[in-house]
Design a protein around this ligand. Structure first.
Ligand SMILES: *Cc1c(COP(=O)(O)O)cnc(C)c1O
Length: 406
């Protein structure tokens, strides 16, 4: 199946009992079973079925199965948010005394999370760039994961997945990739060596900006036997990571997805291919437009002038994703530019069908140190643009007028 067909049809059978073409919203907390024996079996994973929606629910399971198929994984677990997915993906394999190596240019919430984990004895070593050269010297016997965003948000730096996965696998360490900004439209990270893939599905998967949510997918490539935290789950073989999540930290923390949000995502993901095709086209056209304007500098990986252009070609076939950042010259000019926009909406989100802008430094990075901001490519004059599906001439007109008025 090709991508747009797969979005509709992979792991998405009509419902057996009714023929419903999408799994409906099972907005209930509990599922009754016919006998005490049957509930015992469902509870103990000895029979299929549902008991309680924090643990499993048909609407959520349907979304998980579809995401698993799209990302070519062996199992997926949906979470209440992207941050819950990032957190659970790590805590599933980490214990006190362990270390993570992560990119210093991560999404602000993830950087903050790593400092929260210090209180639990988990230390993060940050690298400016997730390259074999920078990561290798930091690996030691305590290193239990390498974590990176495939396309940094908002640095837009691209990780050389093949090189980095080769290195970490040679040391028996799993590679966890946040692929939110890349989306399965640009790449299946599993094909390039990622072991665990996480998405904030609040963004491109949902597409309409209507449901906070996240998902964790196991590519099936990593041999989990050597991870001490998963010892209890060895009997599950390649499913050890997913079994541990489902029976351990994810279930007990309770960061489950709401059935209605799973449904909204199932609807949204069906148009991911069409939306991303338009978003990437619009983003490139806007980036070229900004490149032609004096006083504005632009960062977009699909521009031949961009440092990430070769990786963008090799990993994504030249598609650059839907985020463009520009620098306006000063904070004052950035604010005036944002305030002058009529179409593009000033809001803190990405992956919506409508174009969104934000002054990152004064908002998402307000609590970050100067060094953290620099690493994330956030300067006082940076505007992050999440490019939507509007007609490109309207977008150019909107940004053009706002820039002229500077
Ligand atoms: C938004 C985002 C997150 C966090 O997701 P939420 O759904 O807001 O919790 C994590 N990583 C990246 C790259 C994001 O853009």
């Amino acid at each position: 199946m090709n991508f747009n067909t797969a979005l509709l049809h992979i792991n998405n059978p009509c419902e057996k009992s009714t023929g419903a073409t999408l799994t409906p919203i099972y907005q209930v907390s509990a599922f009754a079973q016919e006998s005490a024996e049957q509930l015992e079996n469902v509870f103990n994973n000895r029979a299929p079925g549902f008991a309680y929606s924090r643990i499993s629910n048909p609407t959520i399971a349907s979304f998980e199965n579809r995401m698993c198929g799209i990302e070519k994984g062996i199992g997926a677990v949906a979470c209440s948010s992207g941050m819950a997915a990032v957190t659970m993906s790590l805590l599933n394999i980490l214990q006190a005394g362990d270390e993570v190596i992560a990119s210093a240019g991560l999404f602000g919430g993830t950087i903050d999370l790593f400092s929260d984990l210090e209180a639990f004895g988990i230390t993060t070593r940050f690298v400016k760039h997730v390259t074999a050269e920078e990561v290798e010297p930091l690996i030691n016997e305590r290193t239990k994961a390498v974590f990176a965003e495939l396309i940094g948000n908002p640095s837009l730096e691209i990780v050389d997945l093949e090189k980095i996965s080769k290195l970490v696998h040679s040391q028996g360490i799993p590679l966890i990739i946040d692929s939110t900004t890349a989306t399965p439209y640009l790449i299946n990270p599993a094909d390039f060596g990622a072991d665990i893939i996480v998405h904030s599905t609040s963004k491109y998967i949902n597409g309409g900006g209507n449901s906070i949510s996240g998902v964790i997918i196991d590519s099936g490539n990593f041999k989990w036997e050597k991870i001490p935290k998963l010892e209890k789950y060895r009997k599950f073989g390649k499913f050890a990571y997913i079994a541990s999540l489902r029976n351990g930290i994810w279930r007990n923390v309770g960061g489950c997805l709401a059935p209605i949000n799973a449904f909204m995502n199932s609807v949204g993901m069906e148009t991911l291919g069409l939306r991303m095709e338009r978003c990437c086209e619009n983003a490139l056209a806007l980036a070229e437009f900004f490149e032609s304007i004096d006083g504005i500098s632009v960062n977009y990986p699909a521009l031949p002038s961009n440092a990430n252009f070769p990786l963008c070609q090799r990993l994504f076939g030249g598609k650059g994703g839907a985020i463009v950042t520009i620098r306006a010259g000063s904070k004052e000019r950035a604010f005036r530019l944002i305030n002058g926009l009529k179409l593009a909406t000033n809001a803190t989100n990405i992956g919506d069908v409508r174009t969104l802008v934000i002054h990152a430094e004064s908002t998402i990075y307000a609590h970050s140190s100067d060094e953290q901001k620099q690493n994330a490519g956030v300067f006082e004059d940076t505007i992050r643009i999440s490019v939507g599906i509007e007609d490109i001439n309207d977008l150019k007109d909107d940004f053009g007028k706002a820039i002229e008025n500077l």
